[in-house]
Design a protein around this ligand. Structure first.
Ligand code: 5AD
Ligand code: SF4
Length: 314
């Protein structure tokens, strides 16, 4: 832990970047065995936010001083590329960076959003084991996801990978293959959180990921990719009351406060226990206090990846 903390402070200083999360749609065409938003879960009340609703969340992000808005959804073709492009443009006009986390989409859609000004794309690889990947995400292939990550990077996006600790089927394999894959791909961002079983999924009775294992993985990635931006994930905070703080102490340098309107938030149930009815202003205040207590400060500006800044200067 101490080493990961040192490396974080040496390469990234004591700034923690705030990325305001807006969960814009919980529709999903996928059927991932681990996720509460999977297609077959009929208990989910599905919603899709309107452009104006998304923009008003972005305005709140701006008011609170966040540098980035993250638009996240299931894989929802109903959330069309044409609908989102003007939303992205609107957020960019506010002077904010835009991160997308909308699953695997068509190359033309990635392109349209890039041209609208999107900066980053999160597409966790979930597991580096192709066979396990095909089992966990029926009908999908790891190779396609990795090809998308490469394409996104070529288009000029900063890209994020990541995985869950303690996923059923992956326990005894450790995360060596995940670390190796990320060493090769050198993503700008890495998201790691514990798997949390959701009762309305095939994995409802499985064991969840552990705090210590998750923290160890965050620390190892920090040592391996000193410049990568890594969130102290909400899943970590769900697992343990001090989870967010511990993530930051083990090498994470990003927090993702939730800006999703209260009426939708409780329906974005990737895993249970997540939907705390937190008022965004309160969450902001409690995060700043948390940072203060451990000698960290809120980052200024968009908090782009250093690799990206270097690529741009070339
Ligand atoms: N527990 C924790 N994380 C989950 N995700 C999906 N389902 C779960 C779960 N049950 C993660 C996946 C996905 C991200 C948006 O949420 O890694 O990429
Ligand atoms: Fe859909 Fe993402 Fe959940 Fe898979 S993990 S079911 S793609 S929302």
């Amino acid at each position: 832990m101490a080493r990961a903390d040192q490396v974080r402070r040496k390469h990234l200083g004591n700034a923690v970047h705030f990325r305001g999360l807006v969960e814009i749609s919980n529709h999903c065409r996928c059927n991932c065995l681990y996720c509460g938003l999977r297609r077959d879960n009929e208990k989910v009340r599905r919603y899709r936010m309107k452009p104006e609703e998304i923009l008003s969340c972005a305005r709140l992000a701006k008011k609170l001083g966040y540098g980035t808005v993250v638009l996240q959804s299931g894989e929802d073709p109903g959330c069309s590329a044409e609908m989102l492009a003007p939303v992205i443009r609107g957020i960019k006009r506010m002077g904010l960076a835009v991160t997308l986390s909308l699953g695997e989409r068509e190359a033309e859609e990635y392109k349209l959003w890039k041209d609208a000004g999107a900066d980053r794309y999160l597409l966790r690889h979930e597991t580096a084991d192709p066979e396990l990947y095909g089992y966990l995400r029926p009908g999908r292939r790891l190779a396609d996801r990795l090809a998308d990550l490469i394409l996104l990077r070529q288009m000029g996006y900063q890209v994020g990978m990541g995985f869950m600790t303690g996923l059923p089927g992956a326990e005894d394999r450790g995360c060596r293959a995940d670390l190796k894959l990320m060493r090769e791909m050198r993503p700008d961002m890495v998201g790691i959180g514990p798997f949390i079983p959701h009762p309305d999924t095939p994995f409802g009775r499985e064991q969840g990921g552990e705090l210590s294992e998750t923290l160890r993985m965050i620390a190892r990635v920090r040592l391996m990719l000193p410049y990568a931006h890594m969130p102290s994930t909400t899943a970590l905070a769900t697992l343990h009351p001090q989870g967010r703080l511990l993530g930051l102490q083990y090498g994470a340098d990003v927090v993702m406060p939730n800006l999703t309107p209260a009426e939708y938030r409780e329906d974005y149930t990737i895993y249970p226990g997540k939907a705390k009815p937190y008022d965004p202003c309160n969450e902001y205040r409690s995060l700043v206090k948390l940072l203060d207590e451990c000698g960290l400060v809120m980052g200024k500006g968009p908090g782009h990846s250093i690799f990206y800044e270097r690529r741009r200067k070339k």
